[in-house]
Ligand binder design. Structure first.
Ligand SMILES: NC(=O)c1ccc[n+]([C@@H]2O[C@H](COP(=O)([O-])OP(=O)(O)OC[C@H]3O[C@@H](n4cnc5c(N)ncnc54)[C@H](OP(=O)(O)O)[C@@H]3O)[C@@H](O)[C@H]2O)c1
Length: 272
C-alpha cells in the first residue's frame, strides 16, 4: 500500500508505546451535534474496516473512541476483532450522548459501569487508557467526584492500563496531569492556550495527547475571509505540533483515506 510507516514512542511512564498520530473515531460513530466544516455520512463497515487496515499499515497503533461518540465503541468491537493486541485503545468516561444530546455523570458508580460497558462494546478485557471526558469544569470534576482516584482503582484491578483526563482549561490540565498518567488537550495553530499543560507534561514525563490538532478540520479548509491563509496548513500544523517535546501523539479524526496518508507523510516530515 505504501512504504511510509510511523515509528512508535513511549507514552509518558505508562509502559505503552504509541504512534505519534492516532486515529480519532468520532466520524465512525456520530454525525449529529458535531462542529466539522461540512456534514458527512458515517462510513459503512467496509470503508471503516479499510480505513483501520490502512491506518495500521501506515504504523498507527493508537485509536481513540468514547461512549459520547455515538456508535463508535460498538463498531470498533467487531472491526478490531482478531487484532486487539495490535492496538492501543483509548476510551473515555463521564460524557454520554443520547438522542442528539450530551449529558455528564462523573460519579464513581457511573465511572465503573461505563468502563464495564466499554469493555463489552469493545469486546476486550482491558482498555489501554481511559480519560475523563470533561464538560469544561475540569477542577471541579477532579475535586468533587474523586474520579481520578476511582480510575486509579480500576487500573489497580487491571481493567485499564493508564488513565487521565481530556481537559479544557490550563488549571484542570495541570491538576489532572499531576494526579494521573496523561492528559488530552486542544492544541493547534489557532488555539495555543493550553500549552502550559504540555510544558508540564514534558518536564514531568506525562503522556499528552492532542485533540482537534486541525481545529476539527477548520485549519484545513480556511474560511474564504481568512487573510493570508497558510499554503500547506496540514504541514504547518504538523510542524507546529511536533516542535513541542510534550506532545506524545496527535489524534486526528479522518474518514478519508487520502487525508490519512497525507497526514502521516507530513507528520513524518515534521518529525524527521
Ligand atoms: N476528548 C475530547 O473531548 C475530544 C474532543 C474532540 C475530539 N476528540 C478526539 O480527537 C479526534 C480529532 O478531533 P476532531 O475530529 O474534532 O478534529 P481534527 O482531527 O482536528 O479534525 C478532523 C477533521 O479534519 C479533516 N481532515 C483531516 N485530515 C485532513 C486533511 N489532510 N485535509 C483536509 N481535511 C482533513 C477531517 O475530515 P476528513 O474526514 O474529510 O478527512 C475532519 O473533518 C476525534 O476524532 C476524537 O477522537 C476528543
Amino acid at each position: 500500500m505504501s512504504n511510509i510507516t510511523l515509528p512508535q514512542r513511549p507514552f509518558g511512564e505508562t509502559g505503552l508505546n504509541i504512534s505519534p498520530i492516532g486515529l480519532g473515531t468520532v466520524k465512525l460513530g456520530r454525525n449529529q451535534g458535531v462542529k466539522y466544516p461540512s456534514g458527512f455520512e458515517l462510513p459503512d463497515d467496509k470503508a471503516a474496516s479499510g480505513l483501520i487496515s490502512q491506518a495500521k499499515a501506515l504504523g498507527i497503533n493508537l485509536i481513540d473512541t468514547a461512549p459520547a461518540y455515538g456508535i463508535s465503541e460498538e463498531r470498533l468491537g467487531p472491526l478490531l476483532s482478531g487484532q486487539r493486541h495490535d492496538w492501543v485503545i483509548c476510551s473515555k468516561v463521564g460524557e454520554e450522548f443520547n438522542a442528539g444530546q450530551s449529558s455528564f455523570d462523573f460519579s464513581s458508580e457511573h465511572t465503573r459501569r461505563s468502563i464495564e460497558r466499554s469493555l463489552k462494546r469493545l469486546r476486550t478485557d482491558y482498555i489501554d487508557m481511559v480519560l475523563v471526558h470533561s464538560d469544561g469544569n475540569d477542577v471541579d470534576i477532579i475535586e468533587r467526584y474523586g474520579i481520578l482516584g476511582e480510575l486509579a482503582e480500576l487500573k489497580r484491578q487491571g481493567l485499564i492500563r493508564a488513565f487521565g483526563m481530556s481537559t479544557k482549561t490550563v488549571e484542570g490540565g495541570l491538576l489532572a496531569a499531576a494526579h494521573s498518567d496523561c492528559v488530552m488537550v486542544t492544541y493547534n495553530l489557532n488555539e495555543r492556550a493550553e500549552e502550559p499543560v504540555l510544558d508540564y507534561c514534558a518536564a514531568n514525563n506525562k503522556g499528552a495527547l492532542i485533540k482537534k490538532a486541525l481545529a476539527s478540520g477548520h485549519i484545513a479548509t480556511p474560511d474564504v475571509h481568512t487573510k493570508n491563509p497558510p499554503q500547506d496548513p496540514i504541514q504547518q500544523s504538523m510542524d507546529f505540533l511536533f516542535q513541542h517535546s510534550g506532545v506524545s501523539s496527535a489524534i486526528i479524526g479522518t474518514i478519508n483515506p487520502q487525508h490519512l496518508v497525507s497526514n502521516i507523510s507530513k507528520a513524518l516530515k515534521a518529525l524527521a
